[in-house]
Design a protein around this ligand. Structure first.
Ligand SMILES: Nc1nc2c(c(=O)[nH]1)N=C([C@H](O)[C@H](O)COP(=O)(O)OP(=O)(O)OP(=O)(O)O)CN2
Ligand SMILES: [Zn+2]
Length: 130
């Protein structure tokens, strides 16, 4: 099995509605995302011969995901009454849900994703796999 790993980071704000601690307040993080893609066999021909996937192709797809979030306010299902750009998601924006969301987005692009790790703070991360 070959497992390829790539990572990206973005800056975004969020809050956790209903959280009993300080995370109910709007606050920001530099989110760090580590993606792993696995294949039993390498590509046999063409530009990607002997690769799982060309890092440069994966990097472009990860940049698209990063741009969805970068410098946005991540919001659970509502419109904010402020001018900041927001990304509205149908779930509470926890590290758990964001790792799952990124996993599914990469699956939609036909990557054989093995796991996605999301660091919400330098010391705290969630690993999502299926
Ligand atoms: N399982 C989860 N727990 C928490 C999440 C989460 O996504 N999944 N998120 C939060 C908050 O959003 C918060 O930003 C993180 O809180 P905390 O660990 O307290 O982070 P700090 O950097 O503020 O920690 P310090 O110890 O004060 O440096 C909470 N929990
Ligand atoms: Zn947070």
């Amino acid at each position: 099995m070959f497992t390829l790993q790539s990572e990206f980071s973005f800056d975004a704000a969020h809050n956790l509605e209903g959280h009993e601690g300080k995370c109910k307040n709007l606050h920001g993080h530099r989110w760090r995302v580590i993606v792993q893609v696995s294949e039993e066999k390498l590509k046999e021909e063409g530009s990607e011969r002997d690769m799982v996937v060309d890092f440069s192709i994966l990097k472009k797809d990860l940049k698209q995901l990063s741009d969805m979030f970068d410098h946005k306010v991540i919001v659970e299902g509502k419109e904010l009454k402020v001018e900041e750009e927001q990304i509205t998601l149908p779930f509470r924006p926890t590290a758990e849900r964001l790792s799952q969301f990124i996993y599914k987005k990469l699956q939609e692009k036909e990557y054989n994703v093995s796991q996605v790790t999301v660091y919400e703070t330098p010391n705290n991360a969630v690993i999502y796999s299926e």
